[in-house]
Design a protein around this ligand. Structure first.
Ligand code: NAD
Length: 354
């Protein structure tokens, strides 16, 4: 029986993951699929119990599963630990590396009934359907780091490293994804300043010859940030390096009304990992305020990409659309005249519509 590892993590992770698991179970029952679930520790919760934010047992379980569903990690309580024990650096990054997850797919889709929940004008975001492909295991987040004492303070170094194979594999994936969508690929870089970006751009130009049906363009990351709020509909598939993708996808999340709406899939290895793009939101944790829809939509991505269950994935997405169409909102996407509900109730409303 296919095994799914559940990693709730920290903060709102413990609140948003159970509704998503309940949705997978319900949809599996409806479509007569069987999954085995096993929960494991990650993040600050794992550090508190085992002394490490990514216990070896968690890595082993994930490697021996078919898919992983993650909530979020991190929080003030663990911010002052040595950097290698902090939940993000000590758990999230090594887990991605251990599973070989070199690409993070972040679909930015605006549900029509939420077009006026965005802080941008509805005409700018209505119907938006953009896919961001973020390189996930290279670049600044994985390069060598240093902190050396010097006269007057410290000399601090982060290193931005990419190799040709690292660029090529994410480029090929992005070209393939673009060829299955609108055929437009925007590669985002900072080639006017960074050597790594210049090579990134060279490789994309070279590989484009293998994908004649895809129209490749390039944009500097600073301009891209501006274009995403000016006219996001100009984009079909966007691909970029790790840190640029981290920043641009949070920006893009706000186009949909809330970061609580955006799912993601990290792929590239044998086992893929699905998680909302937001963090552990300590400011609202434990208060039944978090929006579980990004995690529920991540579960839909899991069924589609890891298990090839397109109908089941669509069932979940349609249930989410139906709940929103019926006027239910968590606080982050609340609008006048709609009914505000908590995390648990939002999960139950989705379940009821499956
Ligand atoms: P965050 O994404 O946790 O929160 C940013 C803002 O969005 C907050 O106001 C929060 O309340 C709100 N928000 C986030 N998710 C929401 C949801 N589902 N429903 C409603 N509102 C939501 O980012 P942050 O505050 O910068 O980071 C908090 C912690 O999470 C930090 O420790 C950070 O390192 C960590 N983090 C983890 C991940 C991850 O696990 N993948 C990603 C980003 C940040």
């Amino acid at each position: 029986m296919p095994k799914i590892i559940i990693l709730p993590g920290d903060g709102i992770g413990a609140e948003i993951v159970p509704p998503a698991v309940a949705v997978i179970k319900a949809v599996a029952q409806k479509h007569k699929y069987q999954f085995e679930f096993e929960e494991a520790l990650i993040g600050g919760a794992a550090y508190d119990q085992t002394g490490h934010p990514l216990p070896p047992a968690t890595i082993d379980l994930c490697k021996n599963s078919e898919a992983v569903l993650l909530g979020a990690v991190g929080g003030d309580k663990w911010d002052n630990l040595p950097v290698h024990l902090r939940p993000e650096v000590g758990a999230l990054l090594p887990l991605r590396k251990a599973l070989g997850l070199y690409a993070n797919l972040r679909p930015v889709q605006v549900f029509s009934v939420l077009a006026d929940a965005s802080t941008l004008k509805p005409a700018v975001v209505a119907g938006l359907d953009l896919l961001i492909v973020r390189e996930l295991t290279g670049g600044l987040y994985f390069g060598e780091k240093k902190k050396e004492a010097i006269d007057g303070g410290y000399r601090v170094v982060d290193t931005l490293v990419y190799t040709t194979p690292e660029i090529d594999r994410v480029a090929k994936l992005a070209f393939e994804l673009a060829s299955k969508r609108g055929g437009k690929l925007m590669s985002v870089d900072k080639a006017n300043v960074l050597e790594s970006s210049r090579h990134w751009r060279e490789r994309f130009i070279s590989l484009a010859k293998e994908y004649p049906a895809v129209a490749l363009s390039h944009m500097y990351v600073d301009n891209c940030a501006m274009q995403l709020v000016r006219d996001p509909q100009q984009f079909d598939v966007m691909v970029t390096e790790n840190m640029f993708g981290d920043i641009l996808s949070d920006l893009a999340a706000q186009l949909t009304g809330s970061i609580g709406m955006l799912p993601s899939a990290s792929i590239g290895g044998q086992v893929s990992l699905y998680e909302p793009i937001h963090g552990s939101a300590p400011d609202i944790a434990g208060q039944d305020l978090a929006n579980p829809l990004a995690t529920i939509l991540s579960a839909a991505m899991m069924l589609r990409l890891s298990f090839n269950l397109e109908t089941a994935a669509k069932t979940i997405e349609q249930a989410v659309a139906a709940v929103l169409a019926d006027g239910y909102r968590t606080g982050d996407i609340m609008q006048a005249g709609r009914q505000q509900v908590g995390t648990k109730e939002m999960g139950e409303l989705v379940l009821a519509r499956l």
